[in-house]
Write a new protein. Structure first.
Length: 301
């Protein structure tokens, strides 16, 4: 690494600039002094979720550091709801979650939101959607910048992260208003001004735990298997599913938090229409689960 240059998500962060260094140090100090217990929780959760989340990010060639974006967004809480109505692990607002990109199926982030489930609270589905949305902004979305014409995507992960927080339109408008090309050179809304430096700071703390004196409590690694296109002949409650798998209803809901806790059931139908379910089960229990579903009349033998 060059002197006074930090590389984050493949982008050079010019630490030789005092304003840049000050913004990142401010967030490191804030996280370690004011939010230390929260950071310990974030890192513990990130460690337990990496086996699920990192391969999904890698599938879309996203920087591994973006796993910490979900920490800042939701504290890895699938049922997190913001005052602005953003929901789930990656804090999608409903309008964004329901509209994918036109003519770009490869990066279609659209999710299902119904009265009985919300994909924004599904760890796998929402991480795929967030990865697609981020990748689309970075590589595909038409970006028009003064003096540079139109191009495909921000081509810059720092600007992409800023756009995830503030919205791509606002970031583009500010870049054009100030004739800027770098995240560090354009004034953005106050939350976004701190958002990217905080993401960098958290990633640094995570990568250099001994240096920062951070001791993270280890959690069991989250591991599960997924069945797709499961069509049921009758409603399957979490309580019944727990009995079939010799576990607890709470564990079933932990794996399937896309279903509201007050619902606590995989319905067989919506009106008269059969539903194709995606169901997460504890690792190593797929065969047992499918056998038990058939044996108890939930599916055909």
């Amino acid at each position: 690494m060059e002197r006074d240059v930090l590389t984050f998500a493949g982008e050079k962060v010019p630490l030789s600039r005092q304003d840049v260094k000050a913004r990142i140090l401010r967030e490191i100090n804030y996280l370690l002094l004011d939010r230390r217990s929260r950071v310990l929780y974030w890192l513990s959760r990130a460690d337990s979720l990496k086996r699920v989340m990192v391969p999904i990010l890698a599938e879309y060639e996203l920087p591994t550091e973006f796993i910490y974006l979900a920490a800042i967004e939701s504290s890895y809480d699938g049922r997190a709801l913001s005052s602005a109505g953003a929901f789930g692990y990656w804090q999608f607002i409903k309008s964004t979650a329901l509209c994918g990109p036109a003519g770009c199926d490869q990066y279609n982030w659209k999710m299902n939101i119904t009265r009985w489930k919300d994909d924004r609270a599904d760890l796998v589905r929402s991480t795929h959607s967030a990865a697609r949305y981020l990748t689309w902004m970075n590589r595909v979305k038409k970006i028009s910048l003064n003096g540079s014409g139109e191009r495909d995507g921000f081509k810059d992960w720092l600007l992409t992260a800023a756009a995830y927080n503030a919205g791509p339109t606002r970031v583009i408008q500010r870049l054009n208003a100030f004739g800027a090309k770098s995240y560090w050179d354009v004034p953005l809304p106050s939350e976004t001004e701190r958002y990217v430096p905080r993401l960098i700071a958290l990633s640094l703390i995570a990568a250099h735990r001994d240096f920062y004196g951070v001791k993270v409590h280890s959690r069991s690694v989250v591991a599960f298997e997924t069945l797709t296109h499961v069509r049921l002949k009758k409603d399957l409650s979490f309580a019944a599913m727990a009995r079939l798998l010799d576990t607890t209803p709470r564990e079933i809901w932990r794996l399937n938090s896309q279903i509201p806790s007050e619902q606590s059931v995989f319905p067989a139908k919506s009106g008269r229409t059969s539903i194709a379910h995606t169901i997460h089960v504890p690792k190593g229990t797929v065969k047992k689960f499918t056998d038990q579903l058939a044996a108890h009349g939930y599916t055909g033998k």
